[in-house]
Design a protein. Sequence first.
Length: 253
Amino acid sequence: MKTNVIYNESNELTMKRIESNTIDLIITSPPYNIIRPNSTDRGYDLYKDGMSNDEYIDWTLDMFKQFERCLVKDGIVLYNMSYGTENTILMSLVVADVIRKSDFILADIIVWKKKSATPNNVSHNKTTRIVEYIYVFCRKYEFHTFKCNKQKLKERESGQAIYENVYNFISAPNNDGSTDLNKATFSSKMVRKLLSIYAPPNSLVYDPFMGTGSTAVACIVDGHRYIGSEISNKQCQYAEKRIQPYISQTSLF
């Protein structure tokens, strides 16, 4: 399958064509399914939130079945999710069922602190959220072997290795700029920080919700290959135009 391409199709179709055990790292931010049912602003130009919790969980589990097939040995999934003001439980339900009903287990949680909290919370009893979460999933039988770039510092007399501290806290911008096509774009700077922790050199990275191309930008700048899926033709066109300067002049980043 050709790499460094954003395929204008569903991730179901793309993953059917990805060879087994070829993807080093999956990193993505799926639709959160948190748009209020009566909202006129659906967040994206094509995709519409609105599944029931059960439908959304089943949809997620179907993806994780394909993730397991596509990933190389000791590969991982970095899955960014948050929760909505009116649906505070879905994120936790998804994580619980991925653990219970798939071949994956939760290995770590990265806290992503954003530059700003928008929109400001007007609730009298709920905090204003300025962080989101990146869930680190690995296969259950690879919990002790999945890939991470922590450097070994020394060994104790017993032979036990001591590694550098890599904290589960990342500070990065909210996004790469909201657009009329996608009001919830990913942050390429945040993706780059994740790649620095988890991606081996020249990794093949898959983003099943590529959107406006933030994961592709991060991969290009840091010398990785990518495959993306995006159902919106307009977002694919936007992303392709956006990434061209990075391909020819990575020093722009």
